[in-house]
Design a protein around this ligand. Sequence first.
Ligand SMILES: [Zn+2]
Ligand SMILES: [Zn+2]
Length: 395
Amino acid sequence: MNNERVFALYEPLHESLVQLNRYIYDNPEMGNEEFKAVAAHKALLTEHGFTFTDGYLGIPTAFRAEYQGKKPGPTIGFLAEYDALPGMGHGCGHNMVGTTASGAGILLSKVIDEIGGRVIVYGTPAEETVGGKVLMTEMGAFDDCDITLSSHPYDDDVESGSSLAEEDLQFVFLGKPSHAAAAPELGINALDACLATFHNINALREHVPSTVRMHGIITEGGLAANIVPERAVAQFSLRAKTLAYMQELAEKVKNCARAGALATGAKLEITNYEPSYFDMITNKKLQAQLNKNLNALGITDIKPGIEGPYSTDVGNVSHACPSIHNDFNIYAPGEERFPTHTPEFREATIRPFALEAMKTNILGLVLTACDIIEDPQLLTEINEEFKKATAAERG
Ligand SMILES: [Zn+2]
Ligand SMILES: [Zn+2]
């Protein structure tokens, strides 16, 4: 695709994207309550001929906006986010994450009749809380995509990296109450089972890779000191580098709780109190293609992707189809750079430099999507890498 042509098609869109970004900034909504944001995306996407589905997959603030080209070809997915942070508005800049996705989707739709294929913009709610993409992936939302692209404003230009798999386990121990002084021998102490679990997990900590994270709290531990605790509840958040190891680790941690229950005679119920995140598998071939296009647009100092000690719901998507999630710098040269989740970062997302950076990133994404549609060999190589990476993960 001719770059100049794509640039020219972008220009008439820019002002409406600036307005969308600003509107969502001015109307921050918490995860799964982003109705105004969805309505704003809907207005713009339908204006540009997209078929729009509200409440996609039964999730009230998820959406799917599709533009089918006149010729067959690959399906390119863009992932929009639009949830805010409590007390801080768009401190993570999801006003811009969403605007970038819809902007890229609309721009690609302008050339897709000519080059073939299909573009889908997905509205993915509640990234900061329950991770809307987890459920959407489970329900097969991304199964018909050939690739997905998404980007996050940041304090630097950084390639898509990796993140940890996460599983959140809840242990409910059920014992038997009794007078703790007069008849302790008749009781079964659920709190002791819970405390034993913590000790067992602390012993396990020594024998897991250093990248593993296991952090827990006790949310219920008895009602009065003179009653043998009948019920105790602990929650543990586990993180590991790969999905395969996560599954092994979760089993070991469950055994720690089972041992605590066995030692005390308490009954044990195990549940997941949050959806499970998969680790992020960055498709390197896809990122390399984006780098090439961003370099040509003047973004030359792109830092290598980091192994993030956190979890993201894009990780789940990256197990469904080849995906990348890059960061783009929104600070002007010399400007003080504040990290995400700060009021200063929020304010940076509406400044002129950030809006120019968003434009450049959208152009990079769309040129990359065009390359994939126009070069079947490139998509084949991306798919081969994806198959290898996901097979290795599953062990
Ligand atoms: Zn965030
Ligand atoms: Zn974010």
